[in-house]
Write a protein of this length. Structure first.
Length: 262
């Protein structure tokens, strides 16, 4: 027993040194002082159900915009979709103030963005609110209007208002870099944005072939958009993985049936 004590003590010391301390973990958290924001799906308050998926695509575009700023950490859309699935939230609940606050707090966001489309044809009308999750105060509200072929200008206007609402001041150089980032991911018109949104909706429902087909239209309409190409590549990869899994599953069932038949 006594001879094993030095060895046991050595192991304990090694383990203690290899484990991060609570203070170190806190220091790591404190080091990331970026503003955390969650962009929820925008609600469809138009008269047409065709535009139901639009709020998902528009939120994804705003998430991409804001992620181009180093001082902001945006909650990824995948995390948001997981939360929606877990909480079984309907489309109509996305902009409900109580639901939005709860979602923002669960996602550890300092701010939460909610909004809705109140019109699409002939002009697009969008309203958005930026809410501080700790105080529940709406710190910025914005309404934007534009024509169907100038959807990107609405996106730019809302992004600028949200950045201002979070009291983030950009230098001239940062503002120019941000404009370039937005331009790289540009989707110009409403028809293409609707198609992009529909593709995302198919993807979230694991209808990968339909998602890829719809994204093919988007790629043809916005071939220069990095966001479009990245999303298209991800959907094709998921479709291929799903097809391989389906093939393995089918072969497994076939093999089991043959063995059982013997």
């Amino acid at each position: 027993m006594q001879s094993s004590s030095p060895l046991l003590l050595a192991i304990v010391c090694v383990l203690a040194l290899s484990l991060p301390t609570e203070a170190a973990a806190q220091d790591g958290d404190a080091a990331d002082d970026r503003t955390v924001v969650a962009v929820l799906y925008f609600d469809n308050h138009t008269a047409s159900e065709r535009f139901d998926p639009l709020g998902k695509g528009f939120a994804d575009m705003l998430i991409t915009d804001l992620s181009g700023l180093s001082m902001i950490r945006v909650v990824e859309r995948a995390r948001l979709q997981d939360l929606i699935d877990e909480q079984e939230l309907s489309r109509s609940q996305h902009s409900d103030p109580a639901t939005a606050l709860r979602a923002g707090r669960i996602l550890a966001a300092e701010y939460v963005v909610t909004g809705s489309f109140t019109g699409i044809e002939p002009d697009i009308r969008v309203e958005a609110h930026l809410t501080h999750t700790e105080t529940a105060e709406i710190v910025r509200g914005v309404n934007a209007t534009g024509t169907e072929d100038k959807f990107f200008t609405i996106q730019e206007e809302l992004a600028a208002a949200l950045i201002e609402g979070m009291q983030i001041a950009l230098s001239d150089e940062e503002a120019e870099e941000f404009r370039s980032w937005q331009e790289e991911n540009r989707i110009e018109d409403a028809e293409t944005v609707v198609a992009y949104s529909e593709a995302l909706d198919y993807y979230d429902r694991e209808q990968y072939l339909e998602a890829v087909e719809r994204m093919g239209f988007v790629v043809r309409r916005a071939p220069a958009s990095a966001l479009v190409q990245m999303t298209y590549d991800r959907m094709r990869e998921s479709a291929q993985d799903h097809a391989r899994e389906e093939s393995r599953s089918f072969l497994g069932r076939l093999l089991r049936s043959l063995i059982g038949g013997e």
